[in-house]
Design a protein around this ligand. Sequence first.
Ligand code: NAP
Length: 407
Amino acid sequence: MSAMETEVLIRQHLIDPEVCIRCNTCEETCPINAITHDDRNYVVDPAVCNGCNACLPPCPTGSIDHWRTVPKHNAYSVEAQLGWDELPPEQELAGETMAVVASASSQQLNAAVSATSPMAPHSAEKPQVHCFDTRNPVTATVAGNYRLTAEDAESDIRHIVLDFGNHRFPVLEGQSVGIIPPGVDAAGKPHYLRMYSIASPRDGERPGYNNLALTVKRVVGEQDGTVIRGVASNYLCDLRKGDRVQVTGPYGDRFLMPNHPGSNLLMICTGTGAAPMRAMTEYRRRLQAQGRAVEGQLMLFFGARMPDELPYFGPLLKLPPSLITKHFAFSRLPGEPRCYVQDKLREHASAVAELLTSDTFIYICGLKGMEAGVMEALHDVCAKTGMNWEALHQTMVNEGRFHVETY
Ligand code: NAP
């Protein structure tokens, strides 16, 4: 065995200095203090990072999600990373060395695999990203702010339409925008931006009007008897027509829909996680209305407490079965047992399994807690028909056909 063959490789976690907006979210999130910074860069200490990925979801720009396969003894040091203006290219590694990764224990392999970011669908439109950042946000005007949940429903979910006027703000379904709430936080610093998925298709909430919509739930909680109000969600939910909002982005180059006719979408969401599903569904609906080739199926599993708390429930009901198959899971219907999206996946196992055997792309969006349950349900759905979900899942990840956005 050559020296190269015994080389230990790691997937080193890196932050893209060209995209990072220095919001400090990753450093605040890391449970083991592996992230540090100077006045130039945010960096990850390879000696501390354990690849738990806790820092990935809160990052507003995606700059956190970069990885390089490197020999362990030659990992990029904190000092080296602090000096970077851009990420280094992927290193050329000998084939034998790669084989060591491939033959690593399944635990190591899983760590390497879970650290690998999913790819965009092969036929996705090329997204534009980072047209506006915190130093150079675009000002949008509120064109409307509509309550989606019943007036007497506990949750206040809003459909907020932002108009970009003469500013070009190109988006694709599945992308997000950053919203900068005005004012400062308790420490006197400007609020950091918050991310919201775009709920409109690429040609706008109203085609040709250079606008887009967000789906925002007013966050109100309680801690030790004190009412806590989410800064950005309350700011957004209280906006009135004509108000001006500082927006950054767009963000996201992977959670995108396939463009080729015949591709199926299996969409699984809870609550406001419906935003990207609405964008994708509406895009396909518009294509169909124009008589353009669509062919592929849409299948939606959507969970909410009750029908009057399910955003877009009314309009969704009107969509024809020729466009989309809908399955709603309600968790708090009086007198009914609790039902979650994973229960509905199992209930419709044969249709889901059939979809999984074809040209299908999976999108999961919503509560972090649903992720494990949905994965178990997909395992059960596949097992029922003799398919191996774990293998299929890995194939779908590798092919850019499996996408998750949970918080
Ligand atoms: P929610 O109303 O709290 O919950 C929606 C439904 O999910 C309820 O029926 C709930 O049931 C159920 N649920 C709870 N735990 C579950 C589990 N483990 N598995 C499956 N279902 C479960 O939802 P929400 O407040 O709207 O939150 C949606 C999430 O989406 C938030 O975390 C938000 O950050 C995220 N998100 C939002 C956007 C956006 O652009 N607005 C984009 C992406 C993601 P019970 O509560 O009755 O148990």
